[in-house]
Design a protein around this ligand. Structure first.
Ligand code: C2E
Ligand code: MG
Ligand code: MG
Length: 557
C-alpha cells in the first residue's frame, strides 16, 4: 500500500476510503468508520455496493460509473447505507487515481457536514468540473477587476470569445464522451496559447473566453491566431483523429466598450459574425456589424412570427412560348406581406430563412400552395400548365425531401407531370453521387427538374451531362446585357447551343424588351419568362391570364 495515500487517509478529517479497480474496498479511515457505522475489518475486501442503499438502481450506478471513466471522477449526492441499516443522504466525490502499480484506483471522499458541502458548492460554481477552468461567474468577476485596474493605469484589454465550429455535430456523431474529451483538450491548448497574466475560462457548452491586457491591436491578433492554429491541430482521441476549427470574436476595452457587459455583448456579436462567415477565423467587433446584426435579428424574429401568422403569399409569373405567345408554364415565387414593411422580396428574406432553417417550413408551404392552386385551376377547366417551384439548398439536402414532395403531390392530387422543381448548380456540387441519386428519385416521381440561374454557378459541364434534369434556365443577368455586351451575346448563344446539344429544354429569365425577345427567338430559345410579358402576379391575376388564354388563345393584347 502506498504510504503517502495511507498517511493522507489517516490524517484526513473527512471520511474516506480507497477502492481498487474492481470496486473492492482496500482501506477506510476513522471518520469513515464513524460516519458509516462499520468497522474497518467489516468492509475491507467487500464490494462498494455494500454501502449503497437499495433506492439506487442499476441506471444510477451505471451513469456514475460511466462518468468516473469519462471524466476521471464523479461528484454527487448518494444514499449511504450504514452498518446499523439506517440510510442517509451524503455528498460523495470519487477521484480516479489512475492506473498504477498499486491496487488502489479510486479515492472516495465523503463530505459530511454542511460546511464542507457549502465549500464544495462554492468550489463547483467557481471551477468548471470538466476542464478545470474558471466558470462564467468567476470570469465575469475577473473582467470587472481587470477593467478597474486597466482604467486606473490606462491600459487596454482584449476580450476573446472562442467557440468551436459546428461542435454539436461532433457530439452527435461521436458521442458526448468524445465531446467532453475534446473540450478538455481544447482547454489545455487554450492555456498553452496565453500568458500567465491572461485569464481563460469556460463560459459553458463549447464557449471559451480569454481576457488579455494589450498594448496594441496586434497583441490580440497574435493570441487569436495562436488559438485558431492550436485548436485546428487534429484531436487524437480513442484512436480517432478529428479536425475541429474554431471561431473567435474580439472586443476591445476601451475602444469598443468600457464596461464588462457591453464588452461581452460585442465579442458575442463578433463571434456570431465570424461563424456566419464560415468559421475558422477571428473577427473584431465593429459598430456597423452591430447594426447589421440587429437588423438580421429583427428579420429572423419577424420571419418566425410571419410563419405563425401566415403572412406569406405565392405570386405566379408566366413562362411564355415566344412563337405562339401562349402560356406554357409558370413559376411560383414567394412574397412576404409584412404588416409594417409591406411586401418584402424573397431576395431579402430567403437567405435569412436558409440560415435559420426556417426555409424548410416556408419552402414546403410554397410547394403545397403551388400544387394545390394548380390543381384547382385545372379543376376549373383552365388550360393546364406546369408550375415550377424553387427549392433552396438546405431543403434539397434534407433527408426526407423526396418523401415530402411525394406526400404533397398525394395530398393535393396534382399530377406529377405538372410540377417542376428549380434547383441551382451550387446546391448539387457537394456530394455529387448522392445528389444524383436524389434527383433520380425525384424524376421517378414523374416530376421535372430544372437548373435555375444557369451560368452564374460553377457550370461544371461534365456534371451537367450526368444530372437527370429536363431544363436549363439562363440567368437573367445574361439576358439583361444582350443589347449592350458582345461577350454576353456569345455566352447566351453558347448556353442555348449547349442545351440543344444535351437535349434540354431552355428557358430565358428576365426578358424585358422586344430586343431580348427577338434575339432569343432567333437563336432558338422559345420559352421566356420576364417582365416583357408579365411580372410575377397574385394568384387571382394569374387566373385572369389563364382565363384570357382559354378564351382568345393568347393571354394578352
Ligand atoms: P429566381 O428563381 O431566379 O426567380 C426569378 C426572379 O426574377 C424573380 O424575383 C422574378 O420576379 C425576377 N424576374 C422575372 N422576370 C424579370 C425581368 O424581366 N426583369 C427583372 N429584373 N427581374 C425579373 P423574385 O420573385 O424577387 O425572386 C428572387 C429569388 O428568390 C428567386 O430567384 C428565387 O431564387 C428566390 N425565391 C423566390 N421564391 C422562392 C421560394 O418559394 N423558395 C425558394 N427557396 N426561393 C425562392
Ligand atoms: Mg427560380
Ligand atoms: Mg432564376
Amino acid at each position: 500500500m502506498d504510504e503517502t495515500l495511507k498517511t493522507i487517509l489517516e490524517a484526513a478529517g473527512n471520511a474516506m476510503m480507497l477502492v481498487d479497480a474492481g470496486r473492492r474496498i482496500i482501506m477506510v479511515n476513522r471518520p469513515f468508520e464513524k460516519l458509516a457505522g462499520f468497522r474497518a475489518e467489516e468492509v475491507v475486501g467487500r464490494d462498494t455496493a455494500l454501502l449503497s442503499a437499495d433506492c439506487h438502481d442499476q441506471t444510477f450506478c451505471a451513469a456514475m460509473d460511466e462518468k468516473i471513466v469519462a471524466e476521471k471522477g464523479w461528484m454527487g449526492d448518494l444514499r449511504l447505507r450504514r452498518g446499523d441499516g439506517e440510510t442517509r443522504t451524503i455528498r460523495l466525490s470519487v477521484k480516479d487515481l489512475g492506473p498504477g502499480p498499486e491496487s488502489a484506483r479510486y479515492l472516495y471522499i465523503y463530505h459530511d457536514d454542511r460546511t464542507s458541502a457549502e465549500a464544495l458548492r462554492i468550489h463547483q460554481s467557481n471551477i468548471d468540473g470538466l476542464t478545470g477552468l474558471p466558470t462564467a461567474q468567476i470570469f465575469r468577476d475577473r473582467i470587472n477587476q481587470i477593467l478597474i485596474t486597466s482604467r486606473r493605469i490606462e491600459k487596454s484589454v482584449a476580450l476573446l470569445l472562442i467557440g468551436l465550429d459546428r461542435f454539436s455535430r461532433i457530439n452527435d456523431a461521436l458521442g458526448r464522451n468524445f465531446g467532453n474529451l475534446v473540450m478538455k483538450e481544447t482547454a489545455a491548448r487554450l492555456i498553452s496559447c496565453i500568458r500567465r497574466s491572461d485569464t481563460a475560462a469556460r463560459l459553458g457548452g463549447d464557449l471559451f473566453a480569454v481576457i488579455t491586457p494589450i498594448t496594441s491591436l496586434d497583441d490580440s491578433v497574435i493570441v487569436a491566431e495562436k488559438v485558431l492554429k492550436s485548436i485546428s491541430r487534429p484531436f487524437e482521441i480513442d484512436n480517432s483523429s478529428v479536425v475541429i476549427t474554431s471561431s473567435i470574436g474580439i472586443s476591445l476595452y476601451p475602444t469598443d466598450a468600457d464596461d464588462p457587459e457591453n464588452l461581452e455583448e460585442q465579442a458575442t456579436s463578433a463571434l456570431g459574425y465570424a461563424k456566419r462567415r464560415g468559421g475558422d477565423r477571428y473577427q473584431f467587433f465593429d459598430n456597423e456589424m452591430n447594426s447589421r446584426a440587429k437588423k438580421r435579428l429583427e428579420l429572423e424574429s419577424g420571419l418566425r412570427t410571419a410563419i405563425s401568422r401566415q403572412e406569406f403569399l405565392v405570386y405566379y409569373q408566366p413562362k411564355v412560348n415566344v412563337l405562339t405567345e401562349t402560356i406554357v408554364g409558370m413559376e411560383a415565387l414567394v412574397r412576404w406581406q409584412d404588416p409594417v414593411r409591406g411586401l418584402v422580396s424573397p431576395a431579402e428574406f430567403i437567405p435569412a430563412a436558409e440560415e435559420t432553417g426556417l426555409i424548410n417550413q416556408i419552402g414546403y408551404w410554397v410547394l403545397h400552395q403551388a400544387c394545390a392552386q394548380n390543381k384547382k385551376w385545372q379543376e376549373q377547366g383552365l388550360t393546364p400548365v406546369r408550375v415550377a417551384v424553387n427549392v433552396s439548398s438546405r431543403q434539397f439536402l434534407e433527408k426526407d425531401m423526396v418523401d415530402r414532395v411525394r406526400t404533397i403531390l398525394r395530398e393535393t392530387g396534382l399530377g406529377p407531370d405538372f410540377l417542376e422543381l428549380e434547383l441551382t448548380e451550387s446546391m448539387l456540387m457537394g456530394d455529387i453521387e448522392k445528389n444524383i441519386t436524389k434527383m433520380l428519385e425525384l424524376r421517378d416521381l414523374g416530376i421535372r427538374l430544372s437548373i435555375d440561374d444557369f451560368g452564374t454557378g460553377y457550370s461544371s459541364l461534365s456534371y451537367l451531362a450526368r444530372f437527370p434534369i429536363t431544363t436549363l434556365k439562363i440567368d437573367r443577368a445574361f439576358v439583361k446585357d444582350l443589347g449592350t455586351s458582345t461577350s454576353t451575346v456569345e455566352i447566351a448563344r453558347a448556353i442555348i447551343a449547349l442545351s440543344q446539344g444535351l437535349k434540354l429544354e431552355i428557358v430565358a429569365e428576365g426578358a424585358e424588351t422586344q430586343h431580348h425577345i427577338d434575339f432569343l427567338k432567333s437563336h432558338g430559345c422559345d420559352t421566356v419568362q420576364g417582365f416583357f410579358y408579365s411580372p410575377p402576379v397574385p394568384a387571382a391575376n394569374f387566373e385572369k391570364l389563364l382565363a384570357a388564354l382559354q378564351l382568345h388563345g393568347v393571354a394578352w393584347r
